[in-house]
Design a protein around this ligand. Structure first.
Ligand code: BYC
Ligand code: FE
Ligand code: FE
Length: 483
């Protein structure tokens, strides 16, 4: 078997990194573990710590069959350290060290940069669990509740993944950062999470599905970029995380799709031709499409901020150092150094949005990753629109312009409408409620969030999934609440 295929599943910390042979790191992780469990009990899914949840646990990194499904109490979930198998002879694929053997240890000069990347990545994982901790109480079905908890335990495992790297490769600094990751709290005034979107609330299930579609997709893009890393343990870690991330994206895309299906079906049954007749649509107990559009505008724009500034020396440095590549760097055909090339960047000049063709490609890497992200999002939106189209409803969801509602980067200082027209403050204030969720929208959506906990039953506003998890039948009890 190639290195890394054997998973030691019997110890306290399942792993395929031979922890037993690494007493120092094993001890550091075992010391960190109780604090993690305390954090999980305090900040993890509220009210469901005793429930038996039908979860998949990674027991192997073999692409065919890495997961085992079983009923587990979440605090007893086996959070393990799993890296994709080592590729013999792997070379650094980009930057100043292109063509050199991938590093198995941290190159001293890049310690600070790597530590920052790992800490930021690690910080988002527990943040999302904190943001979602109240949602179990209003789950629209046991199926959805189980998917929420699956996402939550895997985000917990992603924290473990970064903590392992910090503790193994960053010594004492790494152990301190690992403690800090358990100390910060999403939305806390004194000790918030590091990135903006991870301090926002996820107050209802529409937000949850939008978050897993849009924000977990930033996770996918960033992990893809880090999977290209010349620091091989980071690359292998991210490659395995990406296999889990696929499910998070599935939860988001199908969640929104099932909302759309249900809304369209109810509108048709009631003979409603105008999908913007919000009062009539809401009277049916389903979510009107304009509200979904506003929720989408919010989560898309919040997530775009996670790509950092369009023009960034941090991004250029990380690329040059061989630490963070482009999306699918290994599939791109160019010199992988980007010394003399440029990349077109949307910029804000004298209050107008222009396309600047002269930005050095190295400085434009955040913009490029964001462009790849927008393309990836558009694919999902097109699939949602197919559902609306098939139902014969005259409405289409659209991604707002990248300048809309931004707090980071070129457009932070201006206001723009969803078409990308720059607005003065008065025009923004007068129209904001057409584009972002209103107090009334939130009240309506919150009012729909009534728990449905009979096996096989679904809330009024969401369709049943086409197939069950692990091919289970429709009435399967995904969460045993009273055991
Ligand atoms: N909020 O050069 P700049 C996931 C700071 S999601 C607050 O423009 P850079 C997940 C920045 O730190 C993926 N501050 O940006 C999803 C810097 O400050 P310092 C998470 C921000 O560094 C769902 C200054 O502004 N992983 O996994 O090129 C559920 C100038 O920065 C923000 C990663 O992000 C912000 N939004 O790019 C669970 C990968 N943006 O250092 C999990 C690791 C920027 O000058 N992180 N700043 O004080 C990175 O690659 C980069 O740090 C970023 C920012 C892409 C985030
Ligand atoms: Fe994650
Ligand atoms: Fe995720």
């Amino acid at each position: 078997m190639p290195d890394g295929m054997n998973v030691d599943y019997d110890g306290l910390i399942p792993n395929n990194v031979d922890l037993n042979a690494d007493a120092r790191v094993k001890k550091a992780l075992e010391t960190w573990h109780p604090g993690y469990i305390d954090w999980w009990k305090d900040m993890g899914p509220e009210g469901f710590q005793e429930a038996l949840v039908y979860l998949r646990t990674a027991v192997s990194v073999d692409p065919k069959g890495w997961a085992k499904f079983d009923y587990v109490r979440m605090p007893e979930y086996k959070w393990g350290i799993l890296l994709a198998p080592r590729v013999e002879g792997r070379l650094i694929g980009f930057g100043a060290h292109k063509g050199e053997p991938a590093w198995q240890d941290i190159p001293g000069e890049y310690r600070g940069m790597l530590r920052r990347l790992m800490v930021i990545q690690g910080d988002t994982e527990p943040a999302s669990v904190e943001q979602q901790r109240h949602l179990g109480k209003t789950a629209p079905s046991l199926y959805d509740m189980r998917n929420l908890f699956q996402v939550n335990v895997e985000e917990g495992r992603h924290l473990w993944a970064m903590v392992y790297l910090l503790q193994k490769y960053m010594g004492r600094d790494g152990r301190e950062e690992a403690e800090e990751l358990l100390r910060r709290r999403s939305g806390d005034a004194d000790s918030p999470r590091m990135l903006g979107a991870f301090n926002e609330q996820t107050p209802d299930w529409v937000s949850f599905f939008m978050f897993t579609f849009f924000t977990d997709r930033d996770g996918k893009m960033q992990l893809e970029a880090l999977a290209q890393s010349g620091f091989d343990p980071l690359s292998r870690t991210c490659r395995f995380m990406l296999t889990e991330e696929a499910h998070h994206m599935f939860v988001g895309e199908t969640g929104v799709q099932r909302i759309i299906e249900r809304s369209c079906e109810a509108m048709r049954a009631a003979g409603i031709d105008d999908p913007t007749d919000t009062d009539r649509v809401r009277a049916l107990g389903v979510i009107d499409l304009p509200t979904l559009q506003r929720k989408m505008n919010l989560h898309f724009s919040l997530t775009l901020d996670l790509f950092g500034s369009e023009v960034s020396t941090n991004a250029a440095n990380a690329y040059n150092a061989g630490l963070k590549g482009r999306y699918r760097e290994d599939k791109l055909e160019d010199d992988h150094r980007l010394i003399d090339s440029t990349y077109p960047v949307l910029r804000c000049k004298d209050g107008a949005i222009i396309r600047d063709e002269s930005v050095p490609a190295l400085s434009a890497l955040n913009m490029r990753l964001r462009d790849d992200y927008v393309t990836d999002c558009q694919g999902g939106v097109n699939r949602w629109n197919k559902v609306i189209e098939r139902a014969g409803i005259p409405f289409r969801l659209t991604l707002p312009h990248v300048a809309f509602n931004r707090r980071i980067g070129e457009f932070a200082a201006i206001e723009a409408d969803p078409e990308g027209r720059v607005l003065d403050a008065g025009a923004w204030a007068a129209n904001r409620d057409r584009w972002l969720p209103t107090a009334d929208d939130n009240l309506y959506v919150t009012g729909l969030m009534k728990p449905v906990d009979a096996a096989g039953a679904y809330a009024s506003w969401i369709a049943a999934p086409k197939v069950g998890i692990d091919n289970k039948p429709g009435h399967f009890e995904y969460v045993k609440l009273w055991s």
